[in-house]
Design a protein around this ligand. Structure first.
Ligand SMILES: [Zn+2]
Length: 64
């Protein structure tokens, strides 16, 4: 297996890590209630996903 020949400088390490940024969460609208929801997840407002209802996904009074 290939091994780095030289130690990478702090400057090189830090300039590489400077490009590593968090990306904002992509939101879509729920087809049932038009509330903003994360894609591939059940809607937090009405619990709908793929013509089914998941009550566990719905937001309760204990959450913000
Ligand atoms: Zn919904």
């Amino acid at each position: 297996m290939a091994v780095p020949k030289r130690k990478m400088s702090r400057s090189n390490t830090r300039s590489r890590r400077a490009q590593w940024k968090a990306t904002p969460v992509a939101l879509t609208t729920c087809p049932q209630c038009n509330a903003p929801k994360q894609s591939h997840l059940a809607c937090p407002a009405c619990g709908a996903y793929k013509d089914r209802h998941y009550s566990a996904a719905e937001r309760t009074e204990h959450q913000a």
